[in-house]
Design a protein around this ligand. Structure first.
Ligand code: MLC
Ligand code: AMP
Length: 502
């Protein structure tokens, strides 16, 4: 069996594939660069046969050719988040036990401070993309693991979600069909490349379609407006926090910039929002300034995208539409029985888009599925006049901040490791910029050496990804508890004044 993504690229070699910080590259360049990377990774073997390759590479050309190279060599690509501190990088490297870590020269120094259980060889992207003897690549792709992406859950540390090539293909075929992708599209990618949103919905849909993907190394609101104003783009996708930032940048711009930006944004054929609830005021303001009615959709790392407002037809604010092609969705009650029409229930999803397993966590994989392959999302929804409306999550311990999933329990465990911390509780407080703001109430030992708010923040920053660091930290005398002595999170939430940012 051949590799569909590569076969398709071969049919339009001269088309523009990537416009990145490093330059401009065609599909022929991508085939060549990824073949070099694959040969170097194989180093004489026939097939990496599911070996993991971690890579710490900023969004851009080097990222794309490294990712394709790993795939073409038969490996599982594990993107490391460029924003993560050393302990988070070490966690992923230890958990996936890769053969090799590929590092971009600008980030390689970060690995010096990463303490892993076993030493793993590191090579630079410069060396990787230089190539080696041309090797022939393996011929089985679809049923294999393609990538492992890390996501937080309600227990313990983040889990690795194993996504196969078949999953990616199903997700991409569904989205490219539903949203009318063609080779004439040109999309701007300003999302991180360790999540499905950036990797599948933007990058892989573009490259599958023979379209052009313009990549920013990091999000910057004025830069995104500048790219929109250049007039080449047909598509843009982002999380609600990003649209808020773009609205703010527009409001702070000069009159002539505003006029030019608004006219240019009107020319795009589609703008999509997802990964967190899109507040209706954000949708309305965006429409006022750009004429674009955002298409909101719902997804998850484990399933890709499941529900979407229509490309053509009414996009209803506060709703996420209907199941995407090829995706089955149902709502069930506490007992697992499908709910009657109009009642709320947990969203369960089934189809070729659904992930295979949590990496080396068979028990958690098993409990994530109900009977007959239905994946339990943990999200509650209701169907109103044919469109799904997300009501929230079943667990108070899962938060979403700026489109990033966060486990309150993981942060609590980490804070408890700080000297002088007696107890703590982490909650999500509604926030107009972040969706939810991560907030922590901490009880400290009563002594002169007990940690201050700043000490706690520094401690958290050294250990946790930026979006897990509580934006508001309160030192309290005690945590609210119920009669059984259990901390009551609704009461903890009341400790935080919605405007406070200590
Ligand atoms: C950064 N910070 C955050 C944060 N991101 N705080 C809370 N939540 C976040 N998500 C903090 C930094 O630590 C810093 O803190 C301050 O904000 C400014 O940092 P920054 O580097 O300037 O932020 P910025 O780069 O602008 O990042 C904001 C962002 C980014 C919204 C652009 O978070 C982002 O790209 N989010 C998208 C995530 C995503 O792709 N999710 C998809 C998951 S897949 P301080 O204290 O130093 O000021 C999925 C499935 C699906 O959900 O359905 O798609
Ligand atoms: P992740 O695990 O990072 O992939 O995040 C998936 C979660 O993001 C889902 O389980 C939802 O809780 C949330 N999510 C994604 N899209 C939406 C949306 N449009 N509205 C509300 N929540 C969303």
């Amino acid at each position: 069996m051949t590799f569909p993504l590569v076969d398709r690229a071969r049919s339009w070699p001269e088309r523009l594939a990537v416009v990145g910080p490093e330059g401009v590259y065609s599909y022929a360049d991508l085939l060549d660069g990824s073949q070099n990377a694959a040969s170097r990774l194989l180093g004489g073997k026939d097939d990496l046969d599911g070996e993991r390759i971690c890579f710490l590479v900023p969004p851009g050309w080097d990222y794309v050719s490294t990712q394709w190279g790993i795939w073409r060599a038969g490996g599982i690509a594990v993107p490391l988040a460029v924003s993560h501190p050393p302990p988070e990088l070490a966690y992923v490297i230890d958990d996936t036990e890769p053969e090799l870590v590929v590092a971009h020269p600008s980030l390689a120094h970060r690995l010096d401070r990463v303490e892993t259980r076993v030493e793993v060889p590191v090579i630079s992207t410069t060396e990787l993309l230089d190539g080696g003897e041309r090797e022939s690549a393996p011929d089985r792709y679809l049923d294999r693991g393609a990538m492992i992406l890390y996501t937080s859950g309600t227990t313990g540390r983040p889990k690795g979600v194993v996504i196969t090539h078949e999953n990616i293909q199903a997700q991409v075929e569904s989205l490219t069909g539903a949203w009318g992708w063609s080779r004439d599209d040109h999309i701007l990618l300003s999302l991180p490349l360790h999540h499905v949103h950036g990797i599948v919905n933007v990058l892989t849909c573009a490259l599958w379609s023979g379209a052009c993907c313009q990549i920013l190394e990091r999000f910057d609101a004025r830069e995104v407006w500048h790219r929109i104003a250049q007039g080449d783009l047909t598509l843009y996708m982002a999380v609600p926090t990003v649209y808020r930032r773009l609205i703010r940048a527009w409001e702070e711009a000069t009159d002539s910039e505003r006029a030019h930006w608004s006219t240019s944004a009107r020319a795009l054929r589609l703008m999509v929002s997802g990964s967190a609830a899109l507040p209706v005021p954000t949708l309305e303001r965006w429409e006022e300034i750009t004429g674009q009615r955002l298409l909101e959709r719902y997804g998850m790392t484990e399933i890709g995208m499941a529900l979407s407002n229509p490309y053509s037809g009414e996009r209803r604010p506060g709703h996420v539409g209907r199941p995407l092609p090829g995706v089955e969705v149902r709502l069930v009650d506490e007992t697992g029985a499908p709910v009657p029409d109009g009642a709320s229930g947990e969203i369960q999803v089934r189809g070729p888009n659904v992930f295979r397993e949590y990496w080396r966590r068979p028990d958690e994989t098993e409990s994530a599925f109900a009977e007959n392959g239905w994946f339990r999302t943990g999200d509650q929804a209701v169907v109103e006049d044919g469109a799904y409306k997300i009501l929230g999550r079943r667990s108070v311990d899962i938060l979403k901040s700026g489109g990033e999933k966060v486990s309150a329990l993981e942060i609590e465990d980490m804070l408890r490791e700080c000297d002088g911390v007696v107890d703590c509780a982490v909650v999500g407080i509604p926030d107009s910029d972040w969706g939810e703001r991560v907030c922590a109430a901490v009880v400290t030992r009563k002594s002169a050496a007990s940690p201050t708010v700043e000490d706690l923040r520094s401690f958290a920053k050294a250990k946790l990804a930026p979006y897990k660091v509580p934006r508001t930290l309160l030192i309290v005398d005690d945590l609210p508890r119920n009669a059984m002595g259990k901390v009551t999170k609704p009461e903890v939430k009341k400790l935080f004044d919605p405007g406070a940012n200590v």
